[in-house]
Ligand binder design. Structure first.
Ligand code: C2E
Ligand code: CA
Ligand code: CA
Length: 541
């Protein structure tokens, strides 16, 4: 509360700065308090000398200032609130954005995870679980539609293990990837190609009208898979075996259809591979439960139910007997005489084959030792795993001396697959055997992947041309197999190996082989496998 003199003193002291204009005669100011801080002044001044402000005016102005301060405070509060709200909103939005991103990322991860769970890493194809759920859906859709069918093609790459073992896993992977690409070219939406495991694939045809539709696809698939393939510096022509099962409304679960297709596949492989078979009920009866079979095999080994049959190997020119191949038979007490294909795979899988083989070797060597023609040799089928056993030669030698068969009368038959395991070890093994006088024959030649030049580096004295080539000679497709067989015979003789043609069933095949220069043969035409007693009688006769 100032009069003019006090105002002038204040200006002189610098308490008031700037342009103060015409001097007031008296001045009244009260502070504006907002939130316990002075934010300004409310001021009135008079230019009339007769007028002065009083304490009552001060009180009044203080009241007015309070009102002003209140309203400023409220205004500030609401705008602060707005601000806070706006900030809040902004933060919520930002956070929502982040969350949305996180959710999207998580969904993406879930999709990826689901894809991984449902797909095979190597080929990117749907996997078994995926196939099964699709198959379940397909079978569901068939319920109540008795006329409709779906088809499942169960496919196995032939001799894939040989590729893997000989060329390495990377090459094996390449083959599998290429096969999966080829399979995809054979189908269209909504059919599904899946990889079930290792070298097993499946194709689900959602809707087929007849079995022919499925077999046409199967034929197309075989053709596509057969195309030449170059992997790890090797040219190969892959092949596959296919089992087909047709699903209709009588199938309730995916596993039932898978099982039937697998049964058909097993049959396709047994009948010589690179082919397809359609499941039917007669196949179902052939299905044996594996566990029961294992027990039965163990029992059979302990109770001597295995026995060798002998199939003659003959000179083609005059039918003269030169040797016998010992072939495994199982005299099953209930099911009669069983052939190797009915139990051999299970015996291999459960590790019983080694024991069975030794039992066979023992019995066939003993039998042949009693067949007193020194010029007739015996061949035995030796599974791959024997060649990996360091004491195999020693054991065989002990067996020969025990049974009394001269070592030069024994030839072991091995397949290409068994040569590929550890080539150096196999080479040593075969050389060791040769030093003991025991020869080695290559069985099923022509069905595997190896080249004759590789085989040449091994001490093999005999080459058995696979039945498939011989049978093709009799069929119209003369040309190709004639060339192949003629080439094999020529090469073998250049490499100092003898050749036996397997599976001769007709005179025409016999004559064709003879004309091509094949000297030895084996087959139903020349004699079916039989107990040695049968051959003893006929030779006596
Ligand atoms: P493999 O070594 O190729 O034996 C020849 C197979 O062809 C035999 O079948 C024989 O009966 C059959 N065969 C012979 N001539 C003809 C013919 O003219 N036409 C036809 N269609 N078939 C003919 P089997 O006895 O059923 O033996 C099948 C396979 O089982 C053998 O094929 C061999 O790989 C294996 N095997 C046989 N005996 C033994 C054994 O003691 N140990 C092992 N590990 N495997 C064996
Ligand atoms: Ca054989
Ligand atoms: Ca053979």
């Amino acid at each position: 509360l100032l009069n003019q003199i006090q105002v002038q003193e204040l200006v002189a002291e610098g308490g008031i700065s700037g342009d103060i204009g015409p001097l007031a005669t008296s001045w009244l100011g009260v502070p504006l308090w907002v939130n316990e801080a002075v934010i300004g002044l409310v001021v009135v001044q008079s230019y009339d000398a007769s007028f002065t402000y009083t304490a009552a005016d001060q009180e009044l102005l203080s009241f007015a200032a309070l009102q002003i301060a209140n309203s400023i405070f409220r205004r500030r509060a609401t705008s602060a609130l707005h601000e806070v709200n706006a900030q809040l909103e902004q933060r919520v939005e930002a956070r929502t954005g982040q969350l949305r991103e996180q959710i999207e990322r998580r969904e993406e991860m879930q999709r990826e995870l689901k894809h991984q769970v449902m797909h095979d890493q190597l080929t990117g194809l749907p996997n078994r679980g995926n196939l099964r759920s699709r198959l379940d859906q397909a079978l569901d859709a068939l319920q109540g539609a008795p006329a409709r069918r779906c088809a499942l093609l169960y496919l196995d790459v032939d001799r894939f293990k040989i590729v893997n073992d000989s060329l390495g896993h990377l090459a094996g992977d390449e083959v599998l990837k290429e096969v999966s690409r080829r399979l995809l070219t054979c189908v269209r939406e909504p059919d599904m190609v899946a990889r079930l495991s290792g070298d097993e694939f499946a194709i689900l045809l959602d809707r087929v009208d007849t079995a022919e539709t499925a077999t046409q696809v199967a034929a197309r698939v075989l053709g596509a898979v057969n195309a030449p393939l170059h992997v790890a510096g090797e040219d190969m022509s892959p092949s596959a075996s296919i089992g087909i099962a047709l699903g209709d409304c009588t199938y309730l679960a995916a596993d039932d259809l898978l099982r039937d297709a697998d049964v058909a596949l097993y049959r396709a492989k047994r009948l010589g591979r690179n082919r397809f078979e359609v499941f039917d009920e007669t196949l179902a009866r052939e299905v044996v439960d594996v566990l029961g079979m294992e027990g039965a095999l163990r029992h059979a080994l302990a109770h001597d139910e295995f026995e060798p049959y002998f199939q003659p190997l003959r000179r083609l020119s005059d039918g003269e007997l030169v040797g016998f191949e010992a072939l495994l038979r199982w005299a099953h007490p209930q099911r009669g005489m069983l052939l190797p294909h009915q139990f051999l795979r299970i015996a291999e899988d459960c590790g019983l084959i080694e024991g069975i083989d030794w039992r066979m070797f023992e019995m066939s060597c003993r039998a042949m030792a009693g067949f007193d023609r020194d010029d007739v040799f015996l061949t035995i089928n030796v599974s791959a795993l024997h060649l990996g056993r360091p004491d195999f030669a020693e054991r065989l030698l002990a067996l020969l001396s025990r049974t009394g068969l001269a070592s030069h009368r024994l030839i072991i038959e091995v397949t290409e697959g068994s040569l590929l395991g550890d080539p150096e070890q196999v080479r040593r093994m075969l050389h060791g055997l040769r030093e003991l006088g025991i020869g080695a024959a290559l069985d099923d030649f022509g069905t595997g992947y190896s080249s004759l030049s590789y085989l040449h580096s091994l001490p093999l004295s005999l080459l058995k041309i696979d039945r498939a080539f011989v049978q093709a000679l009799g069929e119209g497709e003369h040309h190709n197999s004639t060339t192949v067989v003629a080439a094999i015979i020529a090469l073998a003789s250049a490499l100092n190996m003898q050749v036996i043609a397997e599976g001769i069933e007709t005179q025409a095949e016999h004559d064709a082989l003879l004309a091509m220069g094949s000297t030895l043969g084996q087959g139903y035409l020349l004699g079916r496998p039989a107990p040695l007693a049968h051959w003893l009688q006929s030779s006596a006769a």
